[in-house]
Design a protein around this ligand. Structure first.
Ligand SMILES: [Cu+2]
Length: 286
């Protein structure tokens, strides 16, 4: 009887320790305008945390083994979709003013991209694609880079009647921003100390390939859903197809300032001006 009592206590505490934390996230599909680094503007869509439009998709983040509950509200006037890449069973269409709720059970450090899969790739091209970043520990040092390119003419047509053979992007962004705005985004600009362990969550939600080159360091892929990138590869340039995701781990061994940029140098421009594109400078302190 006594041993049964102690067993019950043990069982209760075991259940308690594995009880998942519930993380709630609201997403709103909003329509608005992206203002480029050169102050030109074009129509854009995004998944935002409130019904107020910003030209940056929310990063949804949680810890592994959390229960993630996402509610998506369509704040636009047209039908939209919500799908999560590599997570089966989550695929919805959402009427204007309606909402859906879905639940995920992520079990490892990883990235899932969520996007509007209707009229693919039009709605996604117009901006509706973001990332769910699953962290290992609450105090992980993390950065989130959502890569994307834009062709002003296509956005002005609201993505309708496009011929992708005539796709010549003229703006290249991370989280909807370009250099030098990127130096002010704490989700992008790496600012750490020597020997810190840094995790960079990268998703390419554009239509083009992007190839990130790290100066000074060779990060390691600790998670990849890309055909091009194997887990545990260590290298300095990371080519990523559209919708590829990778989590890179970097442990800087020296101080200084180092560039990271898209190795296709056109992607380091914005409206033909260099270096107004996919480019940021890392700061490693003693
Ligand atoms: Cu380079």
């Amino acid at each position: 009887m006594r041993s049964l009592f102690f067993f019950s206590l043990f069982w209760l505490s075991l259940n308690d320790s594995v009880k998942a934390t519930k993380v709630f996230q609201n997403l709103f599909i909003n329509r608005g305008t992206l203002t480029t680094i050169k102050n030109t503007t074009f129509p854009f869509l995004a998944f935002n945390a409130t019904s107020t439009f910003t030209a940056e998709n929310v990063v949804v983040s949680c810890l592994k083994n959390d229960t993630l509950i996402i509610t998506v509200t369509n704040n636009d006037t047209t039908l939209h979709g919500f799908k999560i890449k590599n997570y089966s069973g989550i695929s919805y269409t959402i009427n204007p003013a309606a909402n859906i709720t879905c639940t995920l059970f992520p079990t490892q450090r990883s990235i899932y991209t969520f996007y509007d899969h209707l009229a693919y790739p039009r709605n996604m091209y117009m901006g509706l694609a973001g990332m769910i970043a699953v962290k290992d520990k609450a105090n992980d040092k993390v950065y989130y880079w959502n890569l994307k390119e834009h062709f002003t003419v296509f956005n002005q047509q609201l993505g309708y009647g496009l011929n992708w053979n005539n796709y010549y992007p003229d703006y290249f962004t991370i989280n909807g921003k370009s250099y030098s705005q990127l130096q002010l985004d704490p989700k992008v600009k790496i600012n750490n100390q020597v020997n810190d362990t840094i995790y960079i969550y990268v998703a390419n939600t554009g239509q083009s390939m992007h190839s990130l080159h790290f100066h000074g360091f060779h990060p390691k892929a600790v998670y990849s859903d890309s055909k091009l990138i194997k887990q545990n590869w260590i290298k300095d340039t990371w080519g990523m197809f559209s919708m590829d995701c990778v989590v890179l781990r970097m442990i800087p061994d020296k101080t200084g300032k180092y560039s990271v940029h898209d190795h296709n140098l056109v992607a380091v421009t914005g409206g033909n001006t260099h270096p107004n594109g996919m480019f940021t400078i890392m700061q490693i302190n003693p």
